[in-house]
Design a protein around this ligand. Structure first.
Ligand code: CMC
Length: 436
């Protein structure tokens, strides 16, 4: 018997099977040999929400949720947040190594040169209603981009793929800024590529023809760090969507639109918006204990707390907490920070949160920063989508280059009726059931 293997005895038949263990995992298809007779389908593994199923091998991002470790291509997130930039990290995620000076210049130049969007796309953005959610505009606009760049459908050509990556990373901030300006009835600012990635984005959002207009460097650096921290997080819901949709070999615009749609949900990229609404609902430091009691009774969830992979402090939350104070120096404080700090203090000492291993996640403080920078709350998921696109595209590229990957197609356990005969209308008596 091999040492790196798992012996499984099927008590229905008494037969024992030896299943190889590789990288601490067994291959689910190896279970299919466990059957009672040749017509039997074989054993499947059942894992709703992929709680313990690896759907890919990846060398991009490493997380140890118990030890609060997050690394991009081996580099600790803390070091990157201090020394690197969003665009440099995007390069690292996509190409596997930190760029040389020339590589970074070329990469930055390519992305910034693709910040302009087609005037037809501008018209599409302008056609949304004044109260359209900016995330809805972003998702639709990225999907629409597939109609502007028909060659993108050739996903097997690495050069064509690279060009779409430049376009997506370049144009997303422009789409987001234009969506914002349309909604507040202000004219668009076309990109100023000399201002850098985050600086140009803030400029497009904010500029109103002021003489000597400058984006405060502390704000563009803070936004760049937020972007860097959100760039990738291995197989989260939206990244898994990107891989799954991309596995059909659809163009990257359609796949990014699908991933962005996944990110829009309140349990994922919508969480910092939910945190802010929660802090506003709590309203004061004095009201925090009563709110925590409601969470403990199971009436509500503490938004910005808990994570599928972290059972300790999310390392991004610690960095973001520091960034918050840098931003407040420019913008003035945010009264919600005191409520957040008190909430965190009480929760971290409370048996309920300790026993469930619920700690602040990345979204707990990011909303407070974004609000202090005067972003409207519904822009928050958009500010998550822009940097996460780097991760989506890196994971998409890795998936396309991985010979082990095929079109994504989970199995199911069928729980419905066995075959039955069609019932004529006049013989149907049963009331409508809730069966789906
Ligand atoms: N407040 C109170 N209780 C919680 C919370 C919370 N935030 N999160 C989990 N629990 C409890 C939950 O009630 C459950 O208890 P029980 O077993 O008694 O029913 C237990 O912990 C396990 O929860 P779960 O929902 O099965 O855990 P999950 O891994 O499926 O959920 C989560 C992860 C992030 C969706 C969840 O913790 C949550 O809803 N948090 C609030 C929303 C949030 O902050 N999301 C942002 C995630 S970070 C950004 C990103 O990656 O998108």
């Amino acid at each position: 018997m091999k040492k790196d293997s798992l012996s499984i005895t099927d008590n229905r038949s008494g037969k024992t099977y030896e299943i190889p263990i590789e990288n601490g995992s067994i291959r689910a298809p190896d279970l299919r040999q466990i059957k009672l007779d040749p017509d039997d389908f074989g054993i499947m593994s059942y894992d709703p929400a992929y709680m313990n199923t690896a759907a890919c091998a990846s060398s991009i991002t490493y997380i140890d949720g118990e030890k609060s470790i997050l690394r991009y291509r081996g580099y600790p997130i803390e070091e990157l947040a201090e020394k690197s930039s969003f665009l440099e990290c995007a390069y690292l995620l996509l190409y596997g190594e930190l760029p040389t000076k020339e590589e970074l210049e070329h990469w930055t130049n390519r992305i910034m040169r693709h910040t302009y969007i087609h005037e037809n796309l501008v018209q599409i953005i302008e056609s949304f209603r004044y109260d359209a959610h900016p995330m809805g505009i972003l998702i639709s606009s990225v999907a629409a981009m597939s109609t502007f760049h028909a060659e993108a459908r050739d996903v097997n050509d690495p050069e064509i793929r690279e060009k779409q990556i430049w376009r997506i990373l370049g144009k997303l901030p422009t789409i987001a800024a234009f969506a914002y300006r349309v909604r507040i009835g202000r004219p668009h600012n076309y990109p100023d590529i000399s201002r850098g990635y985050a600086g140009n984005f803030l400029y497009m959002l904010d500029y109103m023809n002021e003489r000597d207009y400058e984006v405060p460097p502390a704000l563009s650096r803070a936004l760049d760090v937020l972007f860097l921290l959100h760039a990738d997080h291995e197989q989260n819901c939206s990244t898994a969507t990107m891989r799954s949709v991309g596995s059909s070999r659809v163009d990257p615009y359609s796949a990014v639109a699908a991933a962005a749609a996944a990110l829009f949900g309140p349990l994922h990229g919508g969480a910092n918006e939910a945190v802010l609404r929660m802090l506003e609902e709590i309203g004061s430091v004095a009201a925090v204990p009563a709110y925590v009691e409601r969470v403990k009774k199971g009436e509500i969830r503490l938004m910005g707390f808990g994570h599928r992979v972290y059972s300790s402090y999310d390392p991004r939350a610690s960095i973001i907490k520091k960034v918050a104070y840098d931003v407040f120096e420019v913008t003035g404080g945010n009264p919600l920070i005191d409520i957040a700090l008190e909430l965190e203090r009480i929760a971290l000492e409370d048996d309920y949160f300790i026993s469930y291993k619920l700690y602040p996640n990345v979204d707990f403080y990011s909303g407070i920063i974004l609000q202090a920078m005067r972003f409207p709350t519904d822009m928050f998921p958009v500010l998550f989508a822009i940097p996460r696109a780097a991760g989506w595209l890196a994971q998409w590229t890795e998936m396309l280059n991985d010979p082990a990957q095929k079109i994504s197609r989970p199995r199911q356990i069928y729980t419905g009726y066995a075959q039955r005969s069609y019932v004529p209308m006049e013989e149907r008596t049963s009331p409508r059931t809730t069966r789906t």
